[in-house]
Design a protein around this ligand. Structure first.
Ligand SMILES: NC(=O)c1ccc[n+]([C@@H]2O[C@H](COP(=O)([O-])OP(=O)(O)OC[C@H]3O[C@@H](n4cnc5c(N)ncnc54)[C@H](OP(=O)(O)O)[C@@H]3O)[C@@H](O)[C@H]2O)c1
Length: 284
């Protein structure tokens, strides 16, 4: 049996385990996905003693190890190396390669609703880990990216980083998160992205954008997937906007992980159903 782990601290609840185990079962693969709580000071030993074992196919990596794990790996794939964060590891004969599948996740999730992003004007709220992966995709495929963040310095730092990448095709700017800046930024925007946890359980009554700023013609993508339909997604639908849920990104990033580990096409609909059921309903 091949084993895949989720390394994190804590790891009590995982949609990846639900999706990957359902997919392994569906394709009758002799694989199992297990959760492994690893404290920061145990990470190096865990990588060197556990992940290189022949029966271990790889791992997903979550908070707080996505950046600190890099020093223990042998190689980084392109997106992981640019973003400086790893969410997936593949073990091939003891050689460990780190990947970041969030980029594929957002690319496919947004792409299926919006199509080609060239020429698109985008507004992204947030400047943390998810914002870095999402911002990388947006800055390398859109015309304009405006980053709004509660801590303005962090937005400015991310904008500077993305602007400096060779792949950057967009004019990237940063502003403090405020109603005025949001209203102005959304005036000519095509796409709005929430890359903050605002609206996530338990704060399900919160939203990062006032509903009167939402309108038809706007594509609204919320990275939050728990709840499946956030207040932002509900209000965007009510305003006539097109919506993209966090579940889509989650499933597409997980499908890439499945492919990296097994070499097989992921049963995406089944993975979406498994995650959706675990989260309490349908939303994709
Ligand atoms: N769908 C998917 O596949 C997927 C993948 C990754 C992440 N996510 C989701 O994306 C969300 C963000 O995750 P992350 O890893 O990027 O978190 P993170 O690294 O902790 O970053 C959080 C960001 O949100 C901002 N923020 C936090 N609380 C806020 C508030 N009350 N008001 C305004 N801004 C606030 C922070 O602003 P400051 O800089 O001011 O602190 C920061 O920019 C989470 O809900 C996560 O579950 C989804």
């Amino acid at each position: 049996m091949r084993v895949c782990y989720l390394l994190g601290h804590p790891v009590s609840h995982s949609m990846s385990a639900v999706m990957q185990n359902a997919a392994f079962k569906e394709l009758d693969l002799d694989y199992v996905y297990k959760l492994r709580d690893v404290k920061p000071d145990e990470l190096g030993e865990c990588v060197n003693c556990l992940l290189r074992e022949p029966q271990v196919r790889g791992a997903n990596v979550t908070i707080p190890h996505k950046v600190s794990i890099i020093e223990f790996l042998d190689e980084l794939d392109g997106d992981a190396s640019i973003i400086g964060a790893v969410n997936t590891i593949v073990n091939k004969d003891g050689h460990l390669t780190g990947y970041n599948t969030d980029v594929t996740g957002v690319k496919r999730a947004l792409g299926e609703k919006y199509g080609d992003l060239a020429g698109a004007k985008t507004v992204m709220i947030g400047a943390g880990g998810a914002a870095k992966a999402i911002g990388y995709h947006l800055s390398s495929s859109c015309k304009k990216l405006r980053i709004l963040n509660r801590t303005p310095k962090r937005a400015a730092k991310l904008a500077e980083y993305l602007s400096g990448l060779a792949e950057c095709s967009a004019t990237v700017s940063a502003s403090p998160l405020s109603r005025g800046n949001m209203a102005e930024a959304l005036e000519d925007a095509d796409i709005l992205v929430n890359a903050t946890p605002v609206g996530m359980i338990p704060g399900i009554d919160e939203t990062p954008v006032d509903s009167d700023l939402l309108r038809p013609g706007l594509v609204v993508f919320d990275a939050v997937y728990n709840p499946l339909r956030t207040r932002l997604i509900r209000e965007a639908e009510e305003a006539g906007a097109t919506t993209v849920t966090g579940l889509s990104m989650l499933v597409y990033q997980g499908a890439e992980v499945f492919g990296l580990w097994t070499g097989r096409d992921a049963p995406e609909n089944l993975m979406a159903r498994a995650a959706s059921e675990a989260l309490g309903g349908a939303a994709r």
